[in-house]
Ligand binder design. Structure first.
Ligand SMILES: NC(=O)c1ccc[n+]([C@@H]2O[C@H](COP(=O)([O-])OP(=O)(O)OC[C@H]3O[C@@H](n4cnc5c(N)ncnc54)[C@H](O)[C@@H]3O)[C@@H](O)[C@H]2O)c1
Ligand SMILES: [Mg+2]
Length: 341
């Protein structure tokens, strides 16, 4: 009876879905795959798979371009059979999206297998995500970032923190359940505020000692428990550079896979020009300073490789366009240029 009901439900849903836009149908279909385990298992057999190895995505270099190949279920099985790893591999995959035609996309980490065999077989290489995000086509970066975050979360939530018993993932990978305690775990995201502070004519950029030489970016910090975005921005700016925010404006947000899975919430903040003296938190930051319009224009043109000077020092450069900090800096520049025009 349950099977008949489920089939009927799917039929009604699919009829209703035909009346909606491509986007709405896609979102509803993905949600169905998360909720309906048998539908998801079926979808795995017709889906495509992005491969990872210990959280590094598989890329193929064709000419100067880096491609992110999607393998069919049959192609993936073929590779795994060569490695004598045909058992239940689909169960380890996680759902990361679908095409407009509802072909589901999954990510699969083959970290337990010999990476060089897979690389030779598929003629490509597993590439560190910190490099991969910046060399692949712009539309592929968010997909790799969210796939890696989800795979990382599953890898680090194999056991229930209450009972110590193994947790079981659902086929889509949208949750894990501990059957001993009944606790359901959902993938976690940490909210992080990133703020471009301005005093009206200059903007404030900073660097941590771990940054590549010469790179400056906007101030950032994890939200504390119970804090709203405005409070987190005010606190982080006060903590890191000793300034008081007078007003702030939300700009945009971005999922960011580092250090594990963050939701970057980007804001512009204004501080009073007469109170804009920086007092640095040297535990976190190595340097923070005000940048004028011209310096921002020059910094945006600079590549990391072109920033080194003859005396060994580095001229400032800013994060690439894939990072939301870049967008904040460009927005500030546009606003300043409009003001001074
Ligand atoms: N996409 C971008 O443009 C962009 C730009 C800047 C920073 N970021 C990201 O923002 C993140 C946070 O910025 P930050 O390092 O200045 O934060 P931060 O100022 O809060 O300092 C980091 C410290 O906060 C503590 N912390 C509190 N909650 C944490 C959590 N959930 N996970 C890890 N550490 C936690 C740890 O002690 C850590 O060392 C960075 O890891 C970086 O990946 C992204
Ligand atoms: Mg910080």
């Amino acid at each position: 009876m349950a099977a008949v009901y489920q089939a009927l439900h799917r039929r009604v849903s699919s009829l209703a879905c035909r009346l909606h836009s491509t986007y709405v149908r896609k979102m509803r279909y993905l949600n169905q795959l998360k909720e309906d385990d048998s539908l998801c298992r079926q979808a795995q057999t017709s889906g495509t798979f992005y491969l990872f190895h210990n959280l590094s995505p598989f890329l193929q270099k064709v000419g100067k371009k880096y491609l992110v190949p999607q393998l069919s279920a049959a192609e993936t099985r073929q590779i795994l059979e060569k490695l004598q790893e045909a058992e239940q591999w689909m169960e380890k995959s996680v759902l990361i999206g679908c095409s407009d035609e509802h072909r589901p996309r999954f990510a699969l980490d083959l970290g337990a297998l010999d990476k060089s065999v897979i690389e030779a077989e598929l003629q490509g290489s597993f590439t560190d995500l910190r490099k991969a995000l910046f060399v692949v086509d712009r539309k592929d970066s968010p997909l790799l970032a969210s796939a890696q975050s989800l795979l990382r979360w599953h890898d680090s939530h194999q056991y229930c923190s209450k009972t110590g018993q193994p947790t079981e993932k659902n086929p889509a990978g949208s949750k894990r359940v501990c059957h001993a305690s009944g606790v359901t775990y959902y993938p976690q995201v940490s909210p992080v505020v990133i703020t471009l502070v301005s005093d009206g004519s200059h903007c404030l950029l900073a660097r941590q000692p771990s940054f590549p030489p010469g790179m400056f970016t906007a101030l950032s910090g994890f939200c504390d428990m119970g804090e709203n975005v405005e409070e987190a921005v005010r606190r982080e700016v006060a903590e890191e550079v000793g300034l008081e925010v007078e007003s702030l404006r939300y700009s945009a947000s971005q999922h960011w896979p580092f250090p594990s899975s963050s939701l970057m919430i980007a804001c512009h903040a204004l501080v009073g020009a007469q109170r804009a003296e920086i007092s640095l938190d040297t535990l976190e930051l190595e340097e923070a300073r005000w940048f004028g319009l011209e310096e921002i224009v020059e910094g945006l043109k600079r590549e990391p490789s072109s920033s080194k000077q003859d005396d060994g020092s580095f001229l400032p450069w800013f994060p690439p366009k894939q990072a939301i900090a870049h967008q904040l800096i460009r927005e500030w520049l546009q606003q300043q240029s409009a003001q001074t025009a």
